[in-house]
Ligand binder design. Structure first.
Ligand code: G1P
Ligand code: ZN
Length: 543
């Protein structure tokens, strides 16, 4: 066996963030940077000998290089088998399913999600455990600790695996099986949704546009929407994954998916518009003339999930990340099911899903998913919407309005200040935290404050605690402002401000969102002194 043990020196900055280790490509290209991280990961995983590891990524620049490195290191570290997506492709939810379906030990997913790609773009490495979900903090903490003291890594001295060829190859004693990235996932979707009803809808002229943004969902969406469901050719656009996402920013929000938004608001809008991100776990849903906020989408999907065969028996509970609007809470209350509020990041849903306490989860950042995998799943959300539309025989706008009429509307928006100086951002948050007791006691801007804290999560399943997960300021009328710093950025700090105001059934649900939230925006500005501290007059992105 040609296993080589190669000496290396540690890097200080390999701490995984909200979603794995994410840095600029050039940062990953430093000598042994990738190898150090992967070896630190393998060193933190006992009992991997002879086991199966899944490897795949979103097709971005550097994906192929790192897949070959990971395969050689997996062989040298004693894995028995690697399952890798053809062409190195596996969406994040697709990888989660493959791990679960084949009972794998875990998986490495190479992605920087919705961040731009290409030689000057971003790259990332995530590890998912045997439940198919993002590694819990106990693993990521161990990897980080290991990365700071690593002195050597192991690799097999073998040629590249041919990733274009499906079937079995060997790397030293290890089996490498190149699998169709789409087939197993499509089969899973077919068990969850009423494909016949959706196909019948397309047959009678239902028009849809799915923008895959030159990212990983392209092959999945083409096979399922145009293949299985019979939507006309051309329904899925930008379907070929490109290393630089065609120069675009594969984030399906109103800024980067503006063409889709404009189409859906225009005179010739199709019935349904959707998009997904770099690695296929996010979704954007827009009806003709109606954008659906991700928070509303979570609530509406949960309220209507029983219309899909996979959820016909009802859902056990709902979980949402703390900054996500409380729209879903009202659905859970009505259904009489459990509702959980977790920190930002999908990894916090894993225990609740594994324990069967929740079925549907979501985040305001365009992430929705269920217990079918342990990741958020963009295409799943789109298919559930299609299933609901087909079964209700109603359009998106009608479904949304009816939802608000029943449950009330949570006006909601997120304002991001990107690439703020890290020290400035940290000081802003620290000063804000220091003000919280006084805010609670005295109110602010003439308004009573009923909640002012830095969110701490107590996991009800494993008893673990996660502190400092975001500053919450809650007003007596149910309005809320949340401040937190992003854990996925690669340059400086991103300050996220989440704004929410509830309008009960019978209230005015037709106001423009930013206008409806204007007083909260002003309060957020004055309490955190954003302009004065950052020098920014306005957010960089509003979603
Ligand atoms: C962002 C989103 C978060 C999501 C994560 C990974 O994290 O806010 O909801 O889980 O990306 O897609 P953040 O940059 O806010 O830490
Ligand atoms: Zn993503």
């Amino acid at each position: 066996m040609s296993v080589k043990i190669i000496a290396t020196t540690p890097y200080e900055d390999q701490k995984p963030g909200t979603s794995g280790l994410r840095k600029r490509v050039v940062h990953f290209q430093q000598p042994n940077y990738v190898e150090n991280f992967i070896q630190s990961l393998f060193d933190s995983l006992p009992e991997k000998q002879g086991k199966t590891l899944v490897i795949g990524g979103d097709g971005r620049y550097f994906n192929d290089t790192v897949i070959q490195i990971a395969i050689r290191m997996a062989a040298a570290n004693g894995f028995g088998r690697v399952l890798v997506g053809q062409g190195g492709i596996l969406s994040t939810p697709g990888a989660s399913h493959v791990i679960r379906h084949y009972g794998a030990f875990g998986g490495i997913v190479l992605s920087a999600s919705h961040n731009p790609g290409g030689p000057d773009g971003d790259f990332g490495i995530k590890y998912n455990a045997s439940n198919g979900g993002p590694a819990p903090e106990r693993i990521t903490d161990a990897v980080y600790a290991r990365s700071r003291v690593i002195t050597e890594y192991k690799s097999a001295d073998t040629p590249d695996v041919d990733l274009s060829r499906k079937g079995i190859q060997h790397v030293e004693g290890m089996i490498v099986e190149v699998i169709d990235p789409v087939a197993d996932y499509a089969a899973l979707m077919e068990t969850l949704f009423d494909f016949d009803a959706i196909a019948a809808m397309f047959k009678t002229g239902f028009r849809m546009r799915f923008d895959a943004m030159h990212a990983v969902t392209g092959p999945y969406a083409k096979a399922i929407i145009e293949g299985h469901l019979g939507a006309p050719d051309g329904t899925v656009i930008n379907a070929v994954p490109l290393p630089d996402f065609g120069g675009g920013h594969p984030d399906p929000n109103l800024v980067y998916a503006k063409d889709l938004y404009d189409l859906m608001m225009g005179p010739d809008a199709p019935d349904f518009g959707a998009a997904s991100d770099g690695d296929g776990d996010r979704n954007l849903v827009i009806g003709r003339g109606r954008f659906v906020t991700p928070s509303d989408s979570l609530a509406i999907l949960a309220a209507n999930a029983h219309l899909a065969p996979g959820y016909a028996k009802g859902i056990a509970g709902i979980a949402r990340s703390m900054p996500t609007s409380a729209a879903a809470d009202r659905v859970a209350e009505k259904l009489g099911i459990e509702m959980h509020e977790t920190p930002t990041g999908w990894k916090f849903f894993g225990n609740l899903l594994d324990a069967g306490r929740v079925t549907i989860c979501g985040e305001e950042s365009a992430g929705t998913g269920s217990d079918h995998v342990r990741e958020k799943d963009g295409l799943w959300a789109v298919l559930l919407w299609l299933n609901i539309i087909a079964r209700r025989g109603a359009g998106v706008d009608e479904i949304v309005r009816e939802h608000w009429a029943t449950y009330g509307r949570n006006y909601y928006s997120r304002h991001d200040y990107e690439e703020v100086d890290s020290e400035t951002a940290n000081r802003l948050m620290a000063d804000l935290r220091a003000k919280l007791p006084a805010l609670l006691a005295d109110g602010f801007g003439g308004r009573e404050i009923v909640l002012a804290d830095d969110f701490t999560y107590h996991d009800p399943v494993d008893g673990s605690t996660s502190a400092s997960q975001g500053v919450r300021i809650g007003f007596a009328d149910g309005s809320r402002i949340v401040f937190r710093l992003s854990g996925t950025g690669t340059v400086g700090a991103t300050l996220r401000i989440y704004l929410e105001r509830y309008e009960a059934p019978g209230g005015d649900h037709e106001r423009e969102t930013q206008e409806a939230l204007a007083d909260l925006v002003a309060l957020a500005e004055s309490v955190a002194e954003i302009g004065a501290r950052t020098g920014r007059a306005a957010p960089s992105v509003i979603t």
